[in-house]
Design a protein around this ligand. Structure first.
Ligand code: ADP
Ligand code: GLC
Length: 473
């Protein structure tokens, strides 16, 4: 068996702020099927250690960025976890990155510490366990490949979202263990700052991102956000590998949160819809759309209010679950206040409710301006809650939009719109109403969507093939 160390800032079931955690938490089991043993290293934020089964100390340091640190190896949901305990860095009142909407002032040091320890473990091993390869994720761990340059240990970095670049002032160079000569155009310098993501993209042996379409988009100015030139240069090492979903957690036939249903036995779906209407205090004659999202401009939240009028007038309704930027939470609350009985909004984060929403909803809206992969459209497909998505990134790669051609071929699984603006979203919602009115056509589309396989098997094979290739080089 070959070994890989995965390093990230979040992993289900221990800590999650977004899809990154789902993916990091799902990879170990998926890769075990491919002959790769994966351990996951994350920071021990407050409360994490208590969630680990039989933790034991496997490494320690008297001084890691100004305080003692140790690595605890334990298990969580079958996954082997290395939790980096360094209370001066990670034991905080707020979330993993910020408190009350304000990033911690020492984020550069916090995640450099994680990256530094990962690089040390890669070099030294942990007893008999020695990784053949290191896989890191996003800006938080971008320094890992940089620290491992010249070591001969292959590294892979996955871009989950290029909008977060790990930018810090040049004055942090020494604190991050970087030299003055690292700070140049071919190194960690990015528009006069340090970018830890760029460091990873320069130094890693291979770069992956979470859908083939996003891999192409990243090489263009509007999506690459300043890193497109570097990614064009590294095009030969850039791979788009779609995320999968955990088909045992997201299974409408055996989901403890809902009345179960199946593609060939849809009865339960209408009970779930009734329950959902009651939970959101709604009474909707037409299609009931849902939105489950971080409420930020990436997710196109500002497009919803201007697009919704005709859809509501035609009998549609909307249930929203999300949290995020103040302006977006306010916009959603306003929408509910103006449309009682038709629009319901819950501000917050609620995993169980999200299951009930996919089960009860007819359609899930994902009007993102960019979307590296996106998971909610995949959950929607699986639960016959048909996606209405912008034609970007992983959304475009996973939903077959209704059109005369795809209808004729019985291929459509949702509605795909472009460009990403309120007019196109308004038209997409009206298309949804028309599709929903054709009850037979709608059921057929639901069945198709539910039968598509979004499990991890195919993508895990691709990761394993990439790992194998890097290890023989
Ligand atoms: P991103 O990582 O950009 O936020 P993804 O679609 O990849 O987008 O992943 C988001 C994940 O977080 C999904 O699993 C989604 O169901 C979940 N999620 C987002 N907001 C909420 C919420 N308010 N309550 C419960 N789950 C949520
Ligand atoms: C990011 C992206 C999202 C992707 C997730 C997991 O948060 O915004 O599209 O699904 O990472 O890769």
């Amino acid at each position: 068996m070959k070994h890989v160390l995965s390093v990230a800032s979040e992993a289900v079931p221990l800590v999650k702020t977004g899809g990154l955690a789902d993916v990091v938490g799902a990879l170990p089991a998926a890769l075990a099927e491919q002959g790769w043993n994966m351990r996951v290293m994350i920071p021990a934020y407050r409360g994490i250690l208590k969630k680990l089964k039989s933790p034991k100390k496997v490494w320690e340091s008297a001084n890691l960025y100004g305080g003692p640190a140790r690595l605890m190896l334990g298990k969580a949901a079958g996954m082997e976890v290395l939790a980096l305990v360094a209370d001066h860095l990670f034991d905080r009142d707020g979330g993993p990155y910020s408190q009350d909407g304000k990033d911690y002032g020492d984020n550069a040091e916090r995640f450099a510490a994680l990256s530094f320890v990962a690089a040390e473990i890669a070099r030294e091993g942990l007893g008999k366990w020695r990784p053949d390869l290191l896989h890191c994720h996003d800006w938080q761990t971008g320094l890992v490949p940089w620290y491992l340059r010249g070591s001969g240990i292959p590294t892979v970095i996955t871009i989950h979202n290029i909008a977060f670049q790990g930018r810090f002032g040049r004055d942090k160079l020494a604190a991050l263990g970087l030299q003055a000569w690292d700070f140049n155009r071919d190194g960690v310098e990015f528009w006069g700052d340090i970018s830890t993501l760029k460091a990873g993209l320069v130094a890693a042996n291979a770069i992956t991102t979470v859908s083939p379409r996003y891999a192409e988009e990243l090489m263009r100015g509007e999506f690459g956000l300043g890193l497109e030139g570097l990614l064009q240069m590294r095009a030969g090492d850039l791979h788009g590998i779609l995320n999968g979903i955990d088909a045992s957690v997201w299974n409408p036939e055996a989901d403890p949160e809902i009345t179960p249903f199946a593609a060939n036995k849809m009865g339960g779906k209408s009970s779930n819809r009734k329950a959902l209407e009651a939970e959101f205090d709604l009474d909707v004659p037409g299609p009931l759309a849902i939105l489950i999202s971080r409420l930020t401009s990436q997710k196109g939240i500002d497009l919803i209010a201007p697009a919704l009028g005709p859809f509501l007038a035609a009998g549609g309704g909307l249930a929203v679950l999300g949290s995020g930027d103040g302006w977006a939470e306010h916009a959603m609350r306003e929408l509910a206040a103006q449309n009682p009985g038709r629009v319901g909004v819950k501000i917050g984060y609620d995993e169980a409710l999200s299951h009930r929403m996919f089960a009860g909803g007819d359609a899930v809206l994902v009007p993102s301006r960019f979307e590296p992969c996106g998971l909610t459209q995949l959950y929607g497909l699986r639960y016959g809650c048909l996606p209405v998505v912008a034609a970007v990134g992983g959304l475009a790669d996973t939903v077959i939009g209704s059109s005369p051609a795809t209808e004729a071929a019985n291929a459509s699984t949702g509605v795909v719109f472009h460009p990403v603006d309120d007019l196109a979203l308004r038209q997409a919602l009206m298309r949804l109403v028309t599709l929903y009115e054709d009850r037979k056509g709608w059921s057929a589309m639901q069945r198709r969507a539910m039968k598509t396989d979004w499990g991890w098997a195919r993508s895990a094979e691709r990761y394993a093939a990439l790992y194998d290739q890097l290890c023989v080089q």
